[in-house]
Design a protein around this ligand. Structure first.
Ligand SMILES: Nc1nc2c(ncn2[C@@H]2O[C@H](COP(=O)(O)OP(=O)(O)OP(=O)(O)O)[C@@H](O)[C@H]2O)c(=O)[nH]1
Ligand SMILES: [Mg+2]
Ligand SMILES: [Zn+2]
Length: 351
């Protein structure tokens, strides 16, 4: 791929600074754009057209509905930075991170959003904490390359919020946990503090977890509530992935609720979400120990002496077996269709 253009007019860049910064562009992100092209960020995708916020030659913000040529061998997603010429997307700039899951057809990998700094793992605690859901979205978040933060919602309807926050810390060690209520306003300020200028965050969690409500609580804007309830047939309120610019300076992506069965299990994510088990694994007698009852297994030992909870081990086993199932399916498919496999898989499957 040739990229001859490293000369996006610097004075134009200065004029557009406010617009680009409100879209989450930080100074340390560099990009190459022709002088007579425009730079914009995709806020929402409608099939063959995408809504883009860009900046015109006079430094004014413009909202465009753009088409893109079929030569772009890439599905454009919310969060993408794109190069524009006359309301046409000519190029998608390299993505610095992507949130991915298997396509609903169960075969392809689907990219949900791009260029993220933060993944908010939004899980409700009004009826307890769904540990399996939390674990899986954590894996997905780690896999994205962005920083995960756990948001426990609906704390106004939980009488053991404190306890569940401790549980969340144990389930996904080493990451921050915030307890919130969009109703009472608890935890909204600390959440806002995470969403400062230069930060692009996405909310990931099951339907009804209160993602859109968090957005409303953060922004205090009625129109968002209206938009949500208007589209809200039944319980699944949000049906599109959309990028919002926040008063706090950050950018927040609201996406539809995710279902447990759809979740991608990437090897990188599993290793980070279960860093304790990976660390124990280094002490097993055999280097290729499966931790499934092999002789001299340090993981098994840790369970026996109470260092590792057997429930956590069970979750790890489930994720591992699903991942190897997916890998087997992928490599079987790649044998029958190398072209498809190449296009589909951003990372090579682990052996
Ligand atoms: N008690 C209580 N209810 C809440 C809170 N936040 C959201 N809810 C309710 O939970 C329901 C779902 O909220 P949404 O914000 O639409 O959930 P969502 O995660 O955006 O759902 P999808 O768009 O379907 O993914 C609504 O009835 C909200 O009123 C909260 O903090 N406390
Ligand atoms: Mg929603
Ligand atoms: Zn072992």
């Amino acid at each position: 791929m040739t990229d001859r253009t490293a000369n996006f007019d610097p004075s134009r860049l200065a004029r557009c600074d406010d617009v680009y910064r409100s879209l989450g562009l930080t100074r340390d992100v560099s990009f190459n754009v022709d002088a007579d092209y425009e730079l914009g960020r995709v806020t929402i995708v409608h099939g063959a057209r995408v809504e883009v916020i860009a900046c015109d030659g006079a430094g004014r913000e413009v909202q465009l509905l753009c088409t893109f040529p079929s030569e772009i061998n890439l599905r454009i997603v919310t969060g993408d930075w794109v190069v524009l010429k006359d309301d046409h997307v000519t190029r998608v700039l390299p993505r610095r991170s992507t949130l991915r899951r298997p396509d609903p057809n169960g075969k392809d990998v689907q990219i949900l959003a791009s260029n993220l700094d933060l993944v908010l793992l939004v899980v409700p605690i009004d009826r307890g904490l769904n540990i399996r859901m939390l674990e899986r979205i954590a894996v997905m978040a780690f896999d994205s390359g962005a920083r995960p933060v756990i948001i426990l919602t609906k704390s106004d309807e939980a009488d053991n919020a404190q306890e569940l926050s401790v549980v969340a810390h144990v389930v996904v060690p080493g990451i921050e946990v915030l307890t919130t209520s969009s109703r009472s306003g608890v935890g909204i300020e600390p959440l806002r503090a995470q969403l400062s200028e230069g930060v692009t965050a996405v909310m990931l969690g099951p339907s009804g977890a209160g993602k859109t409500s968090l957005l409303n609580a953060l922004e205090g804007r009625d129109e968002l509530t209206l938009r949500v309830s208007r589209g809200g047939e039944g319980r699944h309120a949000t049906s599109t992935r959309r990028l919002y610019r926040l008063a706090s300076g950050g950018v927040l992506l609201d996406i539809p609720g995710i279902r447990l069965v759809d979740l991608l299990v990437g090897q990188d994510g599993v290793e980070e979400a279960f860093a304790d088990i990976e660390a124990l694994g280094a002490q097993c007698r055999f280097r290729d120990c499966s931790h499934l009852g092999d002789l001299g297994c340090a993981v098994q030992q840790a369970i026996d002496n109470g260092e590792l909870s057997s429930q956590r081990y069970e979750s790890w086993k489930i994720l591992q077996s699903e991942r190897s199932h997916q890998d087997r399916r992928r490599s079987a498919e790649s044998l029958t269709s190398p072209e498809r496999a190449r296009k589909r898989t951003p990372k090579p499957p682990t052996p």
